[in-house]
Design a protein around this ligand. Structure first.
Ligand code: ATR
Length: 284
């Protein structure tokens, strides 16, 4: 048997955490597989997808900017991924490409880890109120995950029209009226958890919390989560910690979504501790 090939597909892709974590899992379970980096520019994307099918590459973790466009290359797309409108995981079954989304599962599991202290695991998201910052691809997965668990969602974004678009789309899907607005409108609300999904820390490094909202706004929440993991303690999480509010860093969602990917590719339960320990060693 040939060593199976997997990899992260993104542009840029060099700083992805996936290879280290997935290779640690393969190695721990003695699986003859290798997880690489496919840093593919957009003009080579179509040719690359042909290669995935024929060469073959057994599975992909998909990141920016390809989560949406890759859907056009799938033979079949899982129901959740279809509804979210994004695929972050590809499984190649004999030349047939299957698309999934594990981001929404990762977000929900990261939240449940802390919410479960207040109620049962199965229902700890239900009827809780989640205030989401951002209306991009990441926000779509997080919103869907929470709504699927019967949580209440509000969406706020720098550009309010995009927040409204997302609120209308998922509101219709789940038969709910979802509130939305810009970051100023957000000042009037409160909730159980605040979830930062915008790319501000990545696209504008050195940004401070005041670029999003006044620091003491976090006091209106019991839990604050940021899905960005670089830096691990974002300005929003630092503020939460200052006030003694439970903070969930982006590595949690990343790990959970990576474990779901591993399971989709190998059919085996992911070695969670091995993946977590590996991640903790490389994250600062
Ligand atoms: P992702 O897939 O990571 O969600 P995206 O789809 O490009 O990335 O979306 C980026 C999100 O971060 C958007 O909601 C964006 O707000 P706009 O819709 O107004 O562009 C938000 N964002 C990026 N930079 C931001 C900043 N400096 N302040 C506030 N929001 C920002």
């Amino acid at each position: 048997m040939m060593t199976k090939q997997y990899g992260i597909l993104a542009y840029p892709a060099k700083h992805s955490l996936s290879p280290v974590v997935q290779n640690a899992a393969f190695s721990y379970l003695n699986i003859d597989a290798q997880f690489g980096v496919f840093e593919i520019p957009e003009n080579e994307f179509a040719a690359f997808m042909e290669q995935v099918r024929n060469d073959p590459i057994s599975g992909l973790s998909v990141s920016s900017p390809y989560k949406e466009v890759i859907m056009n290359y799938m033979n079949e797309i899982d129901e959740d991924a279809k509804k979210i409108g994004a695929v972050n995981t590809v499984v190649n079954r004999g030349g047939f490409l299957y698309g999934y989304n594990t981001d929404f599962i990762g977000a929900v599991k990261a939240l449940k880890d802390v919410l479960v202290t207040h109620s049962a695991y199965a229902t700890c998201v239900r009827d809780k109120k989640f205030v989401i910052i951002g209306a991009g691809g990441a926000a779509r997965a997080v919103t869907y995950g929470i709504l699927k668990e019967s949580g209440i969602v509000e969406i706020y974004n720098r550009t309010s029209s995009k927040a409204k678009e997302l609120a209308d789309y998922f509101g219709k899907m789940f038969g709910k009226n979802i509130l939305s607005g810009d970051l100023k409108d957000m000042m009037a609300t409160s909730g159980d958890a605040l979830i930062q999904t915008s790319s501000i820390w990545i696209t504008e490094p050195g940004s401070v919390i005041e670029n999003l909202f006044p620091k003491d706004f976090v006091k209106k929440f019991k839990v604050v989560m940021d899905i960005v993991y670089k830096p691990l303690i974002t300005p929003v999480l630092a503020a939460a910690k200052d006030y003694g509010i439970t903070a969930i860093s982006g590595d949690k969602m990343f790990l959970y979504q990576a474990q779901e990917q591993f399971k989709l590719w190998t059919g085996k339960e992911a070695p969670r501790e091995v993946m977590e320990d590996t991640l903790n060693k490389i994250l600062v």
